[in-house]
Design a binder for this molecule. Structure first.
Ligand code: FAD
Length: 216
């Protein structure tokens, strides 16, 4: 098999074979078709990944993770996408885009309370950086976060935010010091049930099991 000649370790080949077998069982073509037609998040396949411990893959062992390398992760992600790109997006938005922020930049509560919930499949996440004015140049975002003394008050609009409609919490990029350019930006963790958060799924042409969203 040509794939096996790329210098992967036995462990990485085991990851690939296990994931393809598992996902082909959970997501046969007719099920993918039904999910796509219903614009439905691949909830059951995501739950199986959680039950089998795969959501812990990239995190350090002291945070309950499996300390996978970048190459391990590349093999794993490619295997998911081989079966269904939508389950890859489901995994990426929660475990990589959201969870890696909790693990690397989070406070004690985020690392010790939220991350275990995420690993168990009880917390879904998304990351909201892009805005209608553009996505490549993040320093140009217009979303503002202003402290009222107790809380940060966010105002602005985000667009193309994958899986925000199923997320429990979203990492939001905002300007906290507009005069400081790229140094005046922060990432805030937003509860999607918080007052004033309005998440609207977009009608994308494809990739309908992990929809993009507008957020106001
Ligand atoms: C399927 C999908 C899922 C997405 N999911 C998310 C998500 O979960 N969260 C999120 O925050 N965003 C998400 N995005 C948005 C994505 O991050 C942006 O589309 C991306 O950052 C590009 O931004 P833009 O589309 O506004 O294009 P622009 O930034 O307007 O760029 C348009 C074009 O101009 C080029 N360009 C821009 N600036 C320069 C420059 N200075 N010099 C030279 N060329 C330049 C770009 O390379 C590109 O070709 C998603 C997008 C897609 C398509």
């Amino acid at each position: 098999m040509p794939y096996k000649s790329f210098g992967f370790t036995d462990h990485q080949l085991m990851i690939r074979d296990t994931i393809i077998r598992l996902m082909e069982r959970e997501l046969p073509p007719e099920k993918i078709d039904a999910l796509e037609k219903a614009s439905a998040y691949p909830e059951e396949a995501f739950r199986v990944l959680a039950e089998e411990g795969w959501l812990a893959l990239p995190y350090p062992e002291e945070l309950g993770g499996a300390a996978a390398t970048y190459k391990d992760m590349a093999v794993f992600i490619e295997a998911l996408a081989y079966v269904h790109p939508g389950i890859t997006s489901a995994y990426m938005t929660t475990v990589i885009y959201g969870g890696m922020q909790l693990a690397r930049n989070g406070n004690e509560w985020m690392r010790n309370e939220l991350l275990p919930q995420l690993i168990q499949g009880r917390l879904k996440m998304a990351i909201a950086m892009s805005e209608p004015s553009g996505g490549s140049d993040l320093a140009q975002i217009n979303t503002r976060a202003v402290s009222d003394g107790n809380d940060w008050v966010l105002s602005g609009q985000k667009v193309y935010i994958t899986n925000a409609h199923v997320a429990d919490r979203i990492v939001v990029a905002a300007k906290t010091d507009p005069d400081a350019g790229r140094h005046g930006m922060s990432l805030l963790l937003v509860d999607t049930k918080a007052a004033g958060v309005d998440i609207r799924p977009m009608d994308s042409l494809g990739r309908r099991t992990s929809l993009p969203n507008e957020i106001f």
